[in-house]
Design a protein around this ligand. Structure first.
Ligand code: DGY
Length: 331
């Protein structure tokens, strides 16, 4: 059945290479334009690509701002983002032009939580430094004073943002004997708190009491620079910070100063403000573990993200509300 004003085979622009299975299925179902070169499109290329498309499938490497949306309208009807975070899309401009936005929640929760946990373990136990020591041929053998770090068992983890990923991190923390406190826009139901072994606190308490803080909230106007110089000053000097959300939730400059001065003990980062550019000052800090935005980078996760994109486009073609329509960002 075709739905009025919904083409049965919409023209779909995919800005990056996806898994082979997902790309093949998209070509079967839609009039799909792929980016086989798999490099971020330039602004001019992106503008030309969206000018006569029904659906755009962007990723975090594309800036979908009001100007681009104006150029894509009136034909563009759906932005089916490949990824859960949508802070690179001007949701307000899309809504004004009646363009739907969807994302891919749920399928990358466990992978991102695993990577968060990996950083929670790596930073206090100095995994990055240990690895570099071996590769530099500089390890002179075991000694009681060698590579001492801090124990995580029995410590307090402060999770900022208790959505799907935050809760998955709390579940993992329980297995490591870590206590969890958290802050979220809304307090979780008591039963969920009990199941996660997590206690709701205000941000002041979270920053003052945590041995390790993990940022798991989305980047929105409300969370922009939520972790700033004042908040970092509330942390103890033996506490660590981990960020697998978005670089912009942190004031990166303030973080670097706090790391350089020893105001906090270390940081594990998977995300940065100007990706792929990483502030060179971070590269020289031994008390950091730095990863290239790979929290959700599993074969399984990428395939499932692609399936979600396809399901969202198909629902729209069939005249239904796409299952992952974004209303106010993600959690
Ligand atoms: C996500 O899905 O938000 C990942 O961070 C990549 O954009």
């Amino acid at each position: 059945m075709t739905v009025p004003d919904r083409p049965a085979r919409p023209k779909v622009i995919v800005t990056r290479e996806l898994t082979d299975g997902v790309m093949a299925r998209m070509e079967e179902l839609f009039d799909t334009r792929l980016n086989r070169e798999d490099r971020a499109l330039t602004r001019a290329e992106l503008e030309a690509a969206v000018a006569d498309a029904d659906v755009l499938v962007p990723t975090i490497t594309d800036r979908i701002d009001a100007d681009l949306i104006a150029k894509a309208a009136p034909r563009l009807k759906l932005i089916a983002n490949f990824g859960v975070g949508v802070d690179h899309i001007d949701l307000h401009a899309a809504r004004e032009r009646r363009i739907l936005v969807t994302n891919t929640p749920g399928v990358l929760t466990e992978d991102t939580a695993d990577m968060t946990m990996a950083l929670i373990l790596s930073v206090p136990r100095r995994l990055g430094e240990g690895e570099k020591l071996i590769r530099a041929g500089a390890w002179d053998g075991w000694k009681p004073s060698g590579m001492l770090g801090h124990r995580v068992n029995g410590k307090t983890l402060g999770i900022i943002g208790m959505g799907r990923i935050g809760r998955a991190v709390a579940r993992r923390a329980q297995g490591f004997g870590i206590r969890t406190i958290y802050h979220n826009r809304h307090r979780l139901p008591e039963g969920v708190e009990a199941e996660l072994g997590a206690r709701f606190v205000d941000l002041d308490a979270l920053f003052a009491q945590s041995d390790i803080i993990s940022i798991n909230c989305p980047h929105t106007p409300e969370t922009h620079h939520l972790v700033n110089a004042d908040r970092l000053a509330q942390m103890r000097s033996d506490a660590y910070l981990v960020n697998t959300s978005r670089g912009e939730v942190l004031d990166e400059d303030a973080l670097i100063k706090a790391l350089e001065s020893g105001q906090i003990a270390g940081a594990g980062l998977d995300v940065y403000v100007n990706e792929p550019h990483v502030d060179p000052r971070l590269l020289h800090l031994p008390n950091t573990v730095l990863l290239p935005h790979m929290g959700s980078a599993t074969y399984e996760g990428r395939a499932a993200m692609g399936e979600k994109v396809i399901a969202n486009i198909r629902a729209w073609v069939d005249g239904h509300r796409p299952p992952d329509q974004v209303l106010e960002g993600w959690d």
